[in-house]
Each structure stands twice: as C-alpha cells, then as structure tokens.
Write a protein that binds this ligand. Structure first.
Ligand code: BEZ
Length: 253
C-alpha cells in the first residue's frame, strides 16, 4: 500500500493525464498559519460572511444561504479515512437536511484540485456522490474567521468544527470534535430539530430528546399561560419542571 503522499501524487498524475487543470505542487507543503486574525465566535454572534472557492464554484455565504439554515463544518484533510466516511454520511443525509431547509457546506484547507480528486474516492468507497459544496480554503480565510485551526491540536489542519447558522445568520450551535473522532451527523439533525421547534414554541428539549418525544415547558411560563399554550396538557413534576407532548405534531394513532 502506498503512502498518502505517493497515492495523491499518482492521483494528480492521472488527473493531469485526463486534461484537468491542476495547481502547481500539491498545495499542502510547508504551510504556515498566521492565526493573529483569528476571531473567537460564540453562540448568538453574527456568522462571519465570506466568499471562497468550492467544488460548486465560488460561494458567497450569505447569498448562498438565502433564507435557509446552514451547517458549516470543517474536516482536517482530504484523502483521510474518517473524513471520507463523514462526507459520505453527510451526502447520504442530504435529503434530511433539505427537509429541514438546511444547506450543508464542508471545508478543509486543501485546494480545489485535491477536493475534486478526492470526490472520486468518496463516491467509490461511500457509494454516494458528493452532493453538497466543499470549500477549498487553501488560504485559510474561512478557517481563521471561524477559528477552525486549533494550533495546540494540529499546527495547520482544521479540527472537526460544526456551526449551525440560522436564516438570520446567527450562530446557533458550535461544536468541536478531535481529528480522531468522526462525528454523529444524526446529532446535528437532532439539534436542528430542537432549534427549529424551540424557536416556534415556548419549550426546550430534554436530555437525549429526539423528534416526537415529550418536551419541557419553559420555566418562565406560568401555569395559567401553559394551560392555554399546551392544549394537550402537561405533567408537573416540580413547579419548575413540566413535561408536555411535542406541540407541533399530531399524537400517534
Ligand atoms: C481521518 O480523517 O481519518 C483523520 C484525519 C486526521 C487525523 C486522524 C484521522
């Protein structure tokens, strides 16, 4: 089995032979990261806007999102096994994101030609085409804006960051996983379900909640108001702790 470097070099050679335009070098050698401009993002902050190249052409984030939600997620590097499974999983879940009015966009600091070559491997090994854009953030513009490089974990590669951004362009979730741990994208969908539900109803979702389970009524709502807001009724376990069926679905037959 060849090393990653030999494998990618061979891929570049055959890509060139097919007439594809390839940037000189592999775009990953000797990179230095200037992290002085890195911002620290928090929940409730405005998501930084950007324009960057992607596998689906240049993307201007706000324009691309329109009135949708977005999941922006980084992975450490192309041609790595865990990342390959993650991108395959997101591609398989595309319809679930679509159903929730969510656009997904991946990122690593690899150049476009590597993304394009790697996409063939994703299709071959995961049985699904890359059906969402991957940002080619070789100049680290987006990685720095979103603080995706954690130098004490890895000097140059992005960690596994996830940002959920709502249609008003507000950051609603940030989570960060180490390079060695592939993410659970069902959890990303679960958080989106919770955010979209709790934006519209005066409820919050308990531990391990999933769509359809009972929810908790916000402690700030007095019983008199809860009686009107939750016609399906509620159970009062403590004065601050009331459970009610999920308000926006019909009860199961
Ligand atoms: C991977 O995607 O397989 C991976 C990337 C960086 C470190 C470890 C694993």
């Amino acid at each position: 089995m060849s090393s990653e470097h030999e494998y990618v070099t061979e891929k570049v050679r055959s890509f060139e032979a097919e007439g594809a335009r390839v940037a000189p070098g592999d775009g990953r050698a000797g990179r230095q990261v200037d992290l002085l401009q890195t911002a620290s993002l928090r929940l409730g902050d405005k998501a930084p806007d950007f324009t960057q190249d992607s596998t689906q052409g240049p993307i201007h984030l706000y324009e691309w999102m329109g009135d949708s939600w977005a999941v922006l997620f980084s992975h450490p590097a192309d041609f790595t096994p865990v990342c390959t499974t993650e991108l395959g999983m997101v591609a398989r879940l595309k319809q679930e994101f679509d159903k929730r009015n969510v656009k997904v966009i991946g990122l690593s600091v690899d150049p476009l030609f590597r993304h394009d070559m790697w996409a063939h491997d994703i299709a071959e090994t995961q049985g699904v085409e890359l059906n969402f854009p991957l940002l080619a953030d070789a100049d680290r513009k987006v990685a720095q804006l979103y603080d995706m490089i954690h130098p004490n974990a890895h000097a140059t590669e992005t960690v596994r960051s996830v940002f959920i951004i709502d249609p008003k362009k507000t950051v609603r979730l940030i989570h960060t996983y180490p390079a060695s741990t592939g993410r659970n994208f069902d959890e990303v969908l679960r958080v989106i379900d919770s955010l979209q539900l709790t934006d519209d109803h005066k409820v919050a979702t308990p531990a391990n909640w999933k769509a359809g389970d009972d929810v908790v009524i916000l402690p700030s709502i007095r019983n008199q108001e809860a009686d009107k807001l939750f016609p399906k009724g509620y159970r009062e376990l403590k004065p601050y702790f009331r459970m009610t069926p999920q308000p926006n679905i019909e009860p199961a037959e």
